[in-house]
Design a protein around this ligand. Structure first.
Ligand SMILES: Cc1cc2nc3c(=O)[nH]c(=O)nc-3n(C[C@H](O)[C@H](O)[C@H](O)COP(=O)(O)OP(=O)(O)OC[C@H]3O[C@@H](n4cnc5c(N)ncnc54)[C@H](O)[C@@H]3O)c2cc1C
Length: 313
C-alpha cells in the first residue's frame, strides 16, 4: 500500500514495488558515473580513502532525487517514502551519504538491505527476550534508576556521579549514553571534540516512533501516525492511511522522542548505526580498546619487573 500526499492509498504488489525501488536506487546511488560500490566501498569504514562519497556529502536525498529526470514523480516519491524510513525523516533532511551507507550495508541492493534490516524478528518476545538473554549472561554488578550527571577524569581514572550524588570510580569507563541527543545532558570535564559538540547542539533528526498493531489479519505497512497516546487518532490514521478495512485489535508503542534518556535515539556505531547490530558491534569494540589501554599501562611495569628479576640473578 502506498499513499502519495492527499491521494487515496494505492495498492502495489511486493514484486512491482521491489522492481521500482531497485531501478530508482541503481540511478540514485550512481553519481557522475561512480557506482555505489565506488562511492562507498567500505560502509563500516566510510571515510577510508579515497572516500569518493564525501564529494557528495552536501547533498540531501531530495537534492539527489531532483537531479534524476528519467523517473516519474510517483516513482521518486515512492522511493523517497522508503528512504524516509532510514532516519525517520523526510528526504530534504536525510543525507545522501546516510542513505548510501544503508544501501552499501545491504550489499548495494534495496532487496538486500530490507532482508537484513526489516524482514526478520527475534522470536518469542523480540527485544524483550533478547534483553533478558543478555541480562542472563551478565555476571557483573548492575545499578538501575541512577541517571548519570557528571563524568570527571584525571590520570588516576574516571569518576561518574549520579543525579542522586552517588560516586562510582573506575580506571576506565565505557559510555553508552546516546551520542547526539542525550550526551549534552551529562557534564564531562574532558568534553568531546568541537565537531561532536556542534552535532550535539543541532540534535538528531530522527523523531520517529514505532507502533506495533495487532490486526485480525496480517498486513504489511509503515506510516506516520501522530500523537502516540491518542488512541482514537492512531487507529483512525491507520485506517485512513494504511488499511481502511483492517480490524485493529490493539497497538503498542513507546514515545522514544520524549523519553529523556533516548530523545529519539542516536548511537555511536560506524557501520550499522541506528541498529541493535551496531550497538553490539560497538559493545564489542569498546571493551577491546579498554583492554588494549590496560595492557599498554601494564607493559612498563612488566619491563620493570623483568629488569628487577635480571638484576637479582
Ligand atoms: C523508534 C525506533 C525504532 C527502532 N527500530 C529498530 C529496529 O527495528 N531494529 C534495530 O536493530 N534497531 C532499531 N532501532 C535502533 C536501536 O534501538 C538502537 O540502535 C539501539 O538501541 C542502540 O543501542 P545503544 O545501547 O547504543 O543505545 P540505547 O539502547 O539508547 O541505550 C542507551 C542507554 O543509556 C541510558 N542513558 C541515557 N542517558 C543516561 C544517563 N544520563 N545516565 C544513565 N543512563 C543513561 C538509556 O536509559 C539507555 O538505557 C530503533 C530505534 C528507535 C528509536
Amino acid at each position: 500500500m502506498f499513499k502519495q500526499g492527499k491521494a487515496p492509498p494505492r495498492e502495489i504488489s511486493i514484486d512491482k514495488a521491489g522492481d521500482f525501488l531497485e531501478r530508482v536506487a541503481q540511478s540514485f546511488f550512481t553519481v557522475d558515473g561512480h557506482s555505489s560500490r565506488k562511492l562507498m566501498p567500505y560502509p563500516h569504514d566510510p571515510f577510508k580513502r579515497p572516500a569518493l562519497c564525501m564529494k557528495y556529502s552536501h547533498l540531501s536525498v531530495k537534492d539527489r532525487l531532483d537531479n534524476l529526470h528519467e523517473f516519474s514523480d510517483w516513482e521518486k516519491n515512492f522511493f523517497e517514502s522508503n528512504t524516509n524510513t532510514f532516519g525517520s525523516a523526510l528526504g530534504k533532511d536525510t543525507a545522501f551519504t546516510g542513505a548510501l551507507r544503508w544501501y552499501a550495508l545491504g550489499g548495494n541492493s534495496m532487496a538486500g538491505l530490507f532482508e537484513m534490516a526489516v524482514f526478520y524478528k527475534i522470536e518469542n518476545g523480540c527485544m524483550t527476550s533478547f534483553a533478558r538473554a543478555i541480562l542472563g549472561d551478565y555476571k557483573g554488578d548492575m545499578l538501575f534508576g541512577a541517571p548519570i550527571k557528571d563524568v570527571t577524569q584525571n590520570k588516576l581514572g574516571v569518576r561518574v556521579t549520579t543525579k542522586s550524588g552517588q560516586d562510582i570510580k573506575a580506571r576506565y569507563v565505557v559510555s553508552t549514553i546516546p551520542f547526539i541527543n542525550c550526551l549534552g545532558d551529562v557534564k564531562f570535564d574532558n568534553p568531546v571534540s568541537p565537531i561532536r559538540q556542534s552535532a550535539i547542539r543541532k540534535g538528531h533528526i530522527n523523531k520517529g516512533a514505532k507502533i506495533h498493531f495487532r490486526l485480525k489479519a496480517t498486513e504489511p505497512g509503515y506510516g506516520h501516525l501522530g500523537d502516540k497516546e491518542n488512541h482514537r487518532q492512531i487507529i483512525d490514521h491507520f485506517r485512513k492511511d494504511i488499511h481502511p478495512s483492517a480490524a485493529v485489535e490493539a497497538y503498542v508503542t513507546h514515545d522514544w522522542t520524549n523519553d529523556p534518556y533516548t530523545k529519539g535515539g542516536a548511537d555511536w556505531e560506524v557501520g550499522w548505526r541506528g541498529f541493535v547490530d551496531g550497538a553490539i558491534e560497538q559493545g564489542h569494540q569498546a571493551p577491546q580498546s579498554v583492554v588494549a589501554a590496560l595492557k599498554l599501562e601494564l607493559r612498563p611495569k612488566l619491563i620493570q619487573m623483568d629488569t628487577w628479576l635480571w638484576g637479582s640473578q
